[in-house]
Write a protein that binds this ligand. Sequence first.
Ligand SMILES: Nc1ncnc2c1ncn2[C@@H]1O[C@H](COP(=O)(O)OP(=O)(O)OP(=O)(O)O)[C@@H](O)[C@H]1O
Ligand code: SF4
Ligand SMILES: [Mg+2]
Length: 416
Amino acid sequence: MALKLKKNKKQIKGVDDQTYLTLKEERAISKANMRVMKEFERKKRRENVDPSEYLTKMRDPNNVVEFDNLHTFFFTDVGTTRAVNGVSFDVPTGKTVGIVGESGCGKSVTSLSLMQLVQAPQGQIVEGSIRYKATDGKVYDIPKVPMNEMLHIRGKEISMIFQEPMTSLNPVFRIGRQLDEVVMLHVPDSTADSARKRSIEMLKTVGIADGERVYESYPHELSGGMRQRVMIAMALICDPRLIIADEPTTALDVTIQAQILELLRNIKDKINGSIMLITHDLGVIAEMADQVVVMYAGRIIEEGTVREIFHSPKHPYTVGLMLSKPRVDQGVDRLYSIPGQVPNPINMPDHCYFYNRCERAMPVCLGPYPDLIPFSDTHRAACLLYDEAAMARQAELDREATVEDVSAASERGEVE
Ligand SMILES: Nc1ncnc2c1ncn2[C@@H]1O[C@H](COP(=O)(O)OP(=O)(O)OP(=O)(O)O)[C@@H](O)[C@H]1O
Ligand code: SF4
Ligand SMILES: [Mg+2]
């Protein structure tokens, strides 16, 4: 849907700026948002939609998911947050794709978009496709799938492990009841007995020795590591094809972290599934991922295999990320930190979003937002340092600046 975004006339073009709105302006934005949000919600809630509207084809049959120019925005009273602003990447079958990036860069919103779980009505996928190949061979264009149809995909086909298990487990129900519910919902012909059996088996698979006891426990009676295992059991109980793990180990200590990662890896191999692994921890990425997507301010700024990203990062942000990770084989007084802040997501600049923090920024970087430049079949980065035409323009600008400097100096009589 073509969308006209209301521009706030008081916004100051730039990056780290503040926006002040009058009550009248806020009301006007809110009214315009309401219209847009209603239209999106109406479409999602339609019933008896012809499958031809949301069934499609994969670009590459080896992929399980293809994100294609995804735009997910939040329509807030102070303006439109472009949380995900044109993201395209693939998740191949049987592979782990790691997504890294600074807090607020759109990692969770990208994965929530795939589950159609973005907080509605403010959060909406406004443009782009997410093609998902289901077990039955059908390919769904997720943003177009109506809500009732989505219930069959979510949980059964794609499941999500959240960062904080306490917010996802219901505190007033026993673990067993919560696990059984998932089985009863998604496994055809399941009975109370078969669900219980499967739940206890799954608890054992995720490394909980006394599955029967945990089955009868409430979430608060378990340790953090056990709760995270329960969450993983819940996510895997219906053998999903795709697991989205959003910071699955951030709340855990390192030994439990290692066990959980090992568990995820084993289960992925067992079901030949794929994992989308979101994390701040580059160590986890190095250990788990086959491919890495680096996001910055709602866009992909670099992607490649783990080797390419760790051994030859191209984008200055990725280079900064690599410099900021501690290494045991190199003693440093102080770890590198990337200066500055991410631009205000409501008022993004037209040029490279990293410009205000980039140590290699050039005047030419104030031109249009850079395209992703390929370095290999798998490695791409969005930076003008690797764009020949832009570098030629910059050289021209440098020459002109030198000529101007020389003539100014000669006018002042400083040149013989
Ligand atoms: N419900 C919401 N309403 C408005 N804006 C939101 C909402 N949820 C997320 N956002 C905005 O979307 C952007 C991306 O958020 P997201 O949660 O995807 O970040 P993230 O990369 O997962 O960060 P973190 O690493 O901290 O989890 C942020 O600017 C955030 O403020
Ligand atoms: S395009 Fe320019 S500002 Fe942006 S990352 Fe590359 S060098 Fe830095
Ligand atoms: Mg997140």
